[in-house]
Design a protein around this ligand. Structure first.
Ligand SMILES: NC(=O)c1ccc[n+]([C@@H]2O[C@H](COP(=O)([O-])OP(=O)(O)OC[C@H]3O[C@@H](n4cnc5c(N)ncnc54)[C@H](OP(=O)(O)O)[C@@H]3O)[C@@H](O)[C@H]2O)c1
Length: 242
């Protein structure tokens, strides 16, 4: 039986095990999917040696970048983004991929309806890099908002109503608002939002974060990260079986 799994720390809250286990049952696939809680990413090498049945892994926080030196290869997207969320395993050799890119693109394109609005990307971590890659590839101009002046184009104190007016697309790639910290949202002048704005949250748990709720209250269009989550998981499955 082929084995798949997720590495990260912590992993217990993960959606992936349920998603793949249900998929295997539904589609009659003889495989299993396990969670591997690795506080230290370097334990990956021993995990691969111990489990020759492993065909593929998903990678989550905090290992999406730390895993890079442990891989024998990287596909072009993962190399450009500089982060890996999927590993394929062939004859003990590990290749890194980034399906957050495909997942985000699959979610974004239908929402844009052919338009190319200026965007603000909140946060500068691994998911932000995948989002930036997609925005660049679609020709969308954007600015990164970070708590740290050196990691982004703007800090939150510089995001005023005028910045929001010129950026109708706002994408939250921070974990703010994610369960259990559901009462927090990125610091923005929400009163400046209008029905012309589209707010996208990569967080999907809860389905409506405070960020999206504050947008809805101003009439903005909103979308959570569920569609991206499903699309990135299916993209990983296609890679493992290609
Ligand atoms: N829907 C999906 O399929 C999907 C896929 C990937 C990720 N996600 C979600 O996206 C979120 C980010 O994931 P990630 O892998 O990019 O994590 P990450 O690498 O840790 O990056 C998160 C970024 O958010 C910002 N941030 C962190 N704590 C913050 C705080 N207290 N206040 C303000 N900003 C803060 C930081 O940017 P600055 O230091 O620049 O402020 C940080 O780099 C997670 O909630 C994850 O579950 C969803």
């Amino acid at each position: 039986m082929d084995h798949y799994g997720l590495i990260g720390h912590p992993v217990s809250h993960s959606f992936s095990q349920r998603y793949f286990t249900e998929k295997f049952e539904r589609e009659g696939i003889h495989a299993r999917y396990d969670l591997y809680d690795l506080p230290d990413c370097s334990a990956l090498t021993a995990l691969i040696a111990d489990r020759p049945e492993l065909r593929g892994l998903n990678v989550t926080i905090p290992h999406k970048q730390a895993v890079l030196p442990l891989l024998q290869g990287l596909d072009e997207t993962a190399r450009t983004v500089g982060a890996v969320n999927t590993i394929s395993i062939r004859d003990g050799a590990l290749t890194g991929h980034n399906t957050d890119v495909e997942g985000f693109r699959a979610m974004l394109e239908p929402l844009l309806d052919g338009e190319r609005p200026r965007a603000l990307v909140l946060g500068s971590g691994g998911a932000s890099r995948a989002v930036a890659f997609v925005l660049r590839s679609l020709g969308i101009k954007f600015r990164i908002v970070s708590r740290d002046r050196d990691r982004g184009d703007l800090t939150y104190d510089l995001v005023d109503p005028i910045v929001l007016k010129v950026c109708p697309l706002i994408i939250n790639t921070t974990p703010l608002g994610q369960h259990p910290l559901i009462d927090v949202a990125p610091r923005l002048p929400y009163e400046a939002l209008t029905p012309k704005h589209l707010l996208i949250d990569l967080v999907y748990n809860p389905e409506r974060t405070l960020f999206l709720k504050l947008g809805n209250e101003r009439g903005a269009h909103t979308c959570n990260g569920l569609a991206m989550l499903h699309a990135q998981a299916e993209a990983a499955w296609r890679i493992w079986n290609s």
